[in-house]
Design a protein around this ligand. Structure first.
Ligand SMILES: [Zn+2]
Length: 350
C-alpha cells in the first residue's frame, strides 16, 4: 500500500521505499503522474508493480491554513484564483431570464473571448460576458444549457471563435470532442424542429455523386471515336466513399457508413490515400486514419451534410448517417482505434 500525503505534509523530502524491489528515493525521483486533483508515483524500477505514494493538491482551506508554508508564487495564484472566482460568482450567467429576447427562428451565436471574459454574441450584439476559465469547456456546456432554456430549438449553434479555443480546451485532449458533442446536439435539435423544405427543382444543390469534371458534356466537335468512348467510360464511373470503423482490440471493422456528402475526388488526391482494391480496372483508394484525422474530415464535410438535411428530399437519406457519425466521433470515439476510409469507383449505369 502506498503512502497518502496532504499537500503540506512535507512529502518532498520524505524517503519512499519500494516493497517489491527495495528501491529508495523521494517522490520526485520516482515515476510521477500528475492528474487534476492529485499526483501519484510508482517505483521507477518496477512500475505498475509498486505504487508508492499519492499527494493531493490543496483545497483553498488547506492553503489558507498553511499560509506560512505557501510559496510566493502559489500565494499569488491562490489570491488571483479567489478574486477570479469572486468576480465570476458576481457576474456569471445563472438564469435564462438574464438573457434578452431574440426574434428569429434560427439563432446562431458565437462564443468569443476578450479581455479575460467569455462573451456570447448574437451577430454584433453582446448577450452576456463573464470571467473566462482556463479549460472552460464544462462552463461552455452549462452556458449552452441556459441558452437552450431561453431560446429552445431556435438555437442553431454556439460557435467558439478561434481566439476562444485556447482557454476553452486548455490542455484537455478530449475537450474539443466534448464541445463538438454539445454543438452537434444543439444543431440536431434545431434541424429536427425545422419543417423540411421542398427544393425548388429536382436538382439538389451541393449534393451530387458526380463531380463537375465527370459530368461535363462531351465536346460536340470531338469526332475521335476512341476518345469519345474513353470519355463515355469516364463519365460512367463515379466515386463514392465508405467508412469502416475499428473498435479497440479488434482487427474487424464494425460500423460501415457511406457518407454521400464527403468529397470523394478530393479524398483521392489526399496524400494519405493509396491505390488499392481487387478490381484492377477500377481505381480504388484507401487510407487508415486515426480518430483525430477522422474528426478533422468529419468537421470539414459536416456543414454540407447539415445543409443537405434542410431539404426534404435528402434529409431522410443523410440525417441517420450524420447522426451515426456524430455519435461515433463525438460520443464514443474512445471505443475506436482507427478508421478505414475507402474511396471506390462504381459504374453509374450511364
Ligand atoms: Zn520497485
Amino acid at each position: 500500500m502506498g503512502r497518502c500525503f496532504r499537500y503540506y505534509d512535507g512529502w518532498e523530502t520524505e524517503i519512499l521505499r519500494c516493497d517489491s524491489c527495495g528501491w529508495e528515493g523521494t517522490f520526485h525521483e520516482a515515476a510521477v503522474e500528475v492528474y487534476d486533483y492529485l499526483m501519484d508515483c510508482e517505483c521507477p524500477k518496477c512500475p505498475s508493480m509498486s505504487h508508492l505514494a499519492i499527494v493531493c493538491f490543496p483545497t483553498n482551506e488547506e492553503t489558507e491554513a498553511n499560509w506560512d508554508k505557501v510559496s510566493d508564487a502559489d500565494k499569488k495564484a491562490h489570491i488571483d484564483g479567489k478574486n477570479h472566482d469572486a468576480r465570476w460568482l458576481a457576474s456569471r450567467l445563472s438564469s435564462e431570464s438574464e438573457l434578452p429576447d431574440i426574434d428569429n427562428e434560427s439563432i446562431l451565436l458565437t462564443w468569443d473571448e476578450r479581455e479575460g471574459s467569455a462573451i456570447i454574441l448574437y451577430n454584433e450584439q453582446e448577450l452576456w460576458r463573464e470571467p473566462v476559465f482556463f479549460e472552460g469547456y464544462p462552463r461552455y456546456e452549462e452556458v449552452v444549457g441556459i441558452l437552450r432554456g431561453k431560446y429552445g430549438d431556435r438555437l442553431a449553434d454556439v460557435i467558439p471563435t478561434d481566439r476562444s479555443i485556447f482557454n476553452l480546451y486548455g490542455d484537455k485532449l478530449r475537450a474539443d470532442s466534448i464541445v463538438g458533442g454539445v454543438r452537434s446536439a444543439v444543431q440536431r435539435n434545431h434541424l429536427m424542429s425545422r419543417p423540411a423544405v421542398e427544393p425548388d427543382d429536382t436538382e439538389v444543390p451541393g449534393f451530387s455523386f458526380f463531380d463537375k469534371d465527370d459530368t461535363e458534356d462531351i465536346d460536340a466537335e470531338d469526332t475521335d471515336t476512341e476518345e469519345i468512348n474513353q470519355k463515355e467510360k469516364e463519365r460512367a464511373m463515379a466515386f463514392s466513399t465508405k467508412i469502416f470503423s475499428y473498435p479497440i482490440d479488434t482487427t474487424k471493422p464494425t460500423v460501415e457508413i457511406e457518407p454521400n456528402w464527403w468529397n470523394s475526388r478530393e479524398l483521392k488526391v489526399d496524400p494519405r490515400f493509396v491505390a488499392c482494391g481487387p478490381n484492377s480496372s477500377y481505381n480504388d483508394y484507401e487510407a487508415y486514419l486515426t480518430v483525430s484525422e477522422m474528426m478533422e474530415l468529419h468537421e470539414k464535410y459536416r456543414p454540407q451534410a447539415v445543409k443537405d438535411c434542410e431539404l426534404a428530399s435528402t434529409k431522410d437519406r443523410i440525417l441517420p448517417k450524420l447522426e451515426l457519425l456524430d455519435e461515433i466521433l463525438y460520443v464514443k470515439s474512445d471505443l475506436y482505434s482507427r478508421f478505414r476510409v475507402y474511396v471506390f469507383e462504381w459504374e453509374s449505369g450511364y
